[in-house]
Design a protein around this ligand. Sequence first.
Ligand code: FE
Length: 231
Amino acid sequence: MKTHHHEAPSHRVAPGAPLRERAPTARKAAPAATVTLPPLPYGEDALAPVISARTVGFHYGKHHKTYVDTLNKLVEGTELAGQPLEAIVKATAGKGDKTAIFNNAAQAWNHAFYWHCMTPAGGGEPAGALGEQLASAFGGFDKFRKEFSETAVAQFGSGWAWLVAERGRLKVVKTADAETPFVTGQTPLLTIDVWEHAYYLDYQNRRVDYVNALIDKLLDWEFAAENFART
Ligand code: FE
């Protein structure tokens, strides 16, 4: 049987053999695609002066990139290699033995989402269905703005503040460290990164000034409306 001469004898599998004995053959497939660092939706200096090019450069080029690179190293050779990022986050959430993979995967997801939550000429108030829902859920845009800001400032230590939709209802929530709301059935519409690396170079300890400037000048309500329309 010359047709199979390229296979090592130990890889021959008799018909009906248990599936796991076929594994060595299956692993000959092309290398699984890795999670990639998505491009920034704007230049590194586009958010200045609210967020400086220096902050975006470190935050995207070092922090975000490191989460992606570390994730790819951690999943290499495991059943998670080649899976979409969201699937890796969902598969490892709450699993005590997968904490490192979850942390890096969720941070990769959260950061990719965060960059799209901002736009150079952002801020203002949303119109349309999202604007109506904000008014009814929070009692007006100003009350939403206050709750979003206070929630972001109140997150103790590293984490994220989010505007989410849950079963058609808008809510403001916060998560610690890498935690992300989409694993619990909430649909993220907007987020603010409140890890110190997001603002320390520009604002030092004044998180409140970073949060308020981001809300007032950078939030991309069109992105939020697109996310809301898919709920
Ligand atoms: Fe960050």
